[in-house]
Design a protein around this ligand. Structure first.
Ligand code: ADP
Ligand code: MG
Length: 730
């Protein structure tokens, strides 16, 4: 028996028993977060007010106030059993980063006390110097520091042997350059706040104090058994299978989607939900996705910076809890070739300080007009900066989805639905049609068909869809940090709002307001309508149609990332004060380098698997086949044995096919080595592009022949767990 089959016998009985809180969720939701409510109870009213003001963008709290909050936070954390704290931040690579420190310090008498000061709360130790900064720190400052982000509550992370207080932070250089993904998001919130409130004011809403973006990120993932995982170095080192033949049963039956969730997986989901609730993450739905062993968590939407922290935290919890169930949670965008990949649909909208959703058509003519204005602003933004949106989701993993074998495509287009499309067309043409009386909305200057939240036709193929009161950006990869795509959305929409506001002001100086707005909208629509597409985004016709329309379609990640450093992008991000040229350049170089490194690791892992696991088995089988062939040939010379004509030729064919596959595996492998050597002398951008165009095709060739070997070789000779085991055993 192979070790593969030994493992298969063991699987299924390995779920650890853990009792779930036997209480309503409301009784423990957020118990591990230092919420505003908890803080309020523990500090003076004056300090709390100052803190709230700071949180809403006002002046920074005093150092005495910071001390007071730090003390309260420490007392709370210690009462929960925490012994250390860490500034928790989102570096430009990887998930999240932490640097732990103990609360203890020595007092004069030499005994240990727990102490935590405002200084330590607000600013972390200048360190973390091993995080990539894309040259920023090398140029300006040797080190960066972490700084408390008061807009996101501190929380406690529990492991079996201890608890840690985590303080959400940003990571900046001494010159104030963003060295993380969170600070640009916070700056983009400022940008959208400024631009949206200005725009809204024109519509008479002087009372709006601020506007925020909101987000709910639907998180897809795979669960596989840890025993199989450990037998596949490709999964361990790269997060995806680099070889692996299709299983006879793939997702053809589509019997997984919303199917009954296996008990073992359900146990896992229950525990993740419980951990998430304790951390104040409002996870609501979970169900099976399209592929076998693929699932999803979706949270209730929150303001974007919280949603971003919570999604990072959720991914962390998902990975940790899986291990307790002897499962591994795969967040990679494409763990299995030929099987549906994983995305993270980022639902995005804007809300004012009273919780009014700006993408919600309202009751009054003014509200409807504002809704349409916001909608057109988004359309204009996505059209103008489709390349930057595409760049915001570029990664080696996500490249297997976008523009590759599956959707959504790398072409960014917007789906509005039939009704809204009709309305947009009417506005553009300036002709406002008569419709059924009850379906009318009055815009003051004319009647338009009423917009009803459309939940029937969802067009699952669109990368950027209006799904009733929100847009859904579906091109985001399952492993990605959502901070960057949200920051980009906020920034590009802020910019289009500025343009809108300017045009509306000019137009309404000599025209009735609603008429002026409609005229401006008509112009905006005709400028940007090329980005609207209602059809099937997976079709070849759309690819050629999009080309005709001049929409960008960039399958290569290194190529797509260039959109961050074009003069157009630099102007935009500097104008909106979200990222400087230096910060954009640093991001570009870090992300192309990361891409190149990922591909290099994949190539090396593939070479190792092929050399040490695939070829030795294939050679054995080749020898076996050769022996059999020889025997058959000898026997066919024996006149006393009658062998069916064609049998020898058939045996030869089998041997020849196997030999050819072995040969081509080796040939491509040998050609890969000089490619890696050649790349060693290149700059990171050139290297990334070279790997995309030269290395990836080679890896694909190797894979094709390895998979051919897998499908003919004896099962017990094949060392790597197969797709049918990874995806159907539970
Ligand atoms: P759908 O039917 O489109 O899947 P759901 O109500 O299930 O809609 O929501 C999907 C995701 O969108 C959830 O995470 C939800 O919280 C989020 N969402 C809903 N409304 C908004 C909004 N106004 N802003 C941001 N995200 C939202
Ligand atoms: Mg969705």
């Amino acid at each position: 028996m192979s070790s593969r089959s030994d493992v298969t016998q063991l699987i299924g009985n390995v779920c650890e028993k853990k009792s779930i809180e036997n209480a309503p969720v409301s009784s423990y939701f957020g118990i591990n977060t230092f919420s505003d409510l908890t803080m309020h109870k523990m500090i003076s009213e004056k300090t709390f007010k100052a803190f709230k003001k700071w949180q809403e963008g006002g002046s920074v709290i005093s150092s005495a106030q910071a001390d007071e909050i730090a003390h309260a936070m420490k007392e709370w954390a210690i009462s929960k059993g925490a012994t250390s704290y860490t500034h928790w931040f989102q570096p430009m690579t990887g998930l999240t980063a932490e640097k732990h420190d103990s609360f203890i310090s020595m007092n004069e008498s030499g005994s240990v006390i727990e102490k935590f000061t405002g200084n330590k709360l607000i600013q972390g130790e200048p360190d973390a110097s091993s995080f990539p900064s894309g040259g920023i720190r090398a140029t300006f400052e040797a080190r960066g520091y972490t700084a408390w982000d008061p807009s996101s509550p501190a929380f406690i992370v529990e492991v079996e042997q201890g608890k840690t207080l985590c303080i959400p932070s940003i990571f900046v250089s001494y010159t104030g350059d963003a060295l993380d993904k969170k600070l640009p998001l916070l700056r983009s919130e400022n940008a959208i706040n400024n631009s949206a409130t200005e725009l809204i004011k024109l519509f008479g809403h002087d009372d709006v104090k601020y506007v925020i973006s909101t987000c709910g990120a639907e998180q897809e993932y795979f669960l596989i058994d840890a025993a199989y995982y450990k037998m596949r170095s490709d999964l361990m080192l790269t997060g995806r299978t680099l070889v692996g033949a299709d299983s006879p049963k793939g997702q053809q039956l589509e019997d997984q989607y919303f199917g009954s969730i296996k008990e073992r997986m359900l146990n896992y989901m229950n525990e993740v939900s419980e951990e998430a609730y304790k951390l104040g993450i409002p996870v609501t739905t979970r169900h099976n996705e399209v592929a076998p062993h693929q699932y999803e968590f979706a949270p209730i939407f929150e303001k974007s910076n919280l949603a971003a922290d919570n999604n990072q935290l959720l991914m962390d919890v998902m990975k940790k809890v899986a291990l307790r169930h002897n499962l591994v949670c795969l967040l990679h965008e494409k763990p299995f070739a030929g099987v549906n990949g994983s995305g993270k649909h980022v639902n995005w909208s804007l809300s004012d300080d009273k919780g009014n959703n700006l993408l919600n058509p309202g009751e009054t003519p003014e509200e409807n007009l504002l809704f349409l204005t916001v909608l057109v602003g988004v359309i204009h933004a996505v059209y103008n900066h489709a390349d930057i949106l595409r760049a915001s989701v570029a990664s080696a993993g996500n490249e297997h989805r976008l523009g590759a074998n599956e959707a959504p495509p790398a072409i960014v287009s917007i789906y509005l639905g039939e009704q809204l499309t009709k309305i947009i067309k009417m506005i553009e043409s300036g002709k406002i049609e008569k419709a059924q009386k009850q379906d009318l909305i009055d815009l003051g200057v004319g009647l338009l068909p009423k917009f009803i939240k459309d939940t029937t036709d969802r067009n699952r193929t669109s990368p950027f869809a209006f799904t009733g009161q929100k847009f859904e950006f579906r091109a985001v990869g399952s492993a990605l940090n959502i901070s960057t795509p949200i920051a980009v959305m906020n920034t590009i929409v802020a910019d289009s709002f500025d343009i809108l506001a300017e045009r509306i002001k000019a137009e309404s100086s000599n025209k009735e307001f609603s008429a002026a707005v409609l005229k401006v909208l008509a112009g905006m629509i005709s400028e940007s309508k090329k980005v609207l597409f209602e059809g099937n985004n997976y079709s070849d016709e759309w690819v050629s149609e999009a080309r005709k329309r001049g929409l960008p379609n960039t399958a290569s990640s290194p190529e797509a990332l260039k959109a961050f450093v074009t003069p157009k992008a630099i102007d935009l991000f500097e104008r909106q004060k979200v990222l400087s040229k230096v910060e954009l350049n640093s991001r570009y170089s870090i992300w192309v380098e990361l891409y190149a490194k990922m591909l290099q690791i994949e190539a090396q892992t593939l070479a190792e698997i092929v050399n040490t696991q695939v070829l030795p088995a294939a050679y054995s089988y080749q020898t076996e086949l050769a022996g059999g062939l020889e025997l058959l040939r000898d026997l066919s010379d024996d006149t006393t044995v009658s062998i069916v004509s064609g049998a020898l030729a058939d045996r030869k064919e089998a041997f020849e096919a196997l030999t050819a596959d072995i040969y081509y595996v080796r040939k491509n492998l040998k050609e890969m080595e000089p490619l890696l050597q050649k790349a060693a002398g290149m700059g990171e951008a050139e290297m990334a592009q070279f790997y995309y165009s030269e290395l990836k095709p080679h890896m694909d060739h190797i894979r094709r022949h390895v998979d051919a070997l897998e499908s003919v070789m004896p099962d017990d000779m094949w060392v790597l767990p197969k797709y049918r085991e990874l995806l159907f055993v539970s």
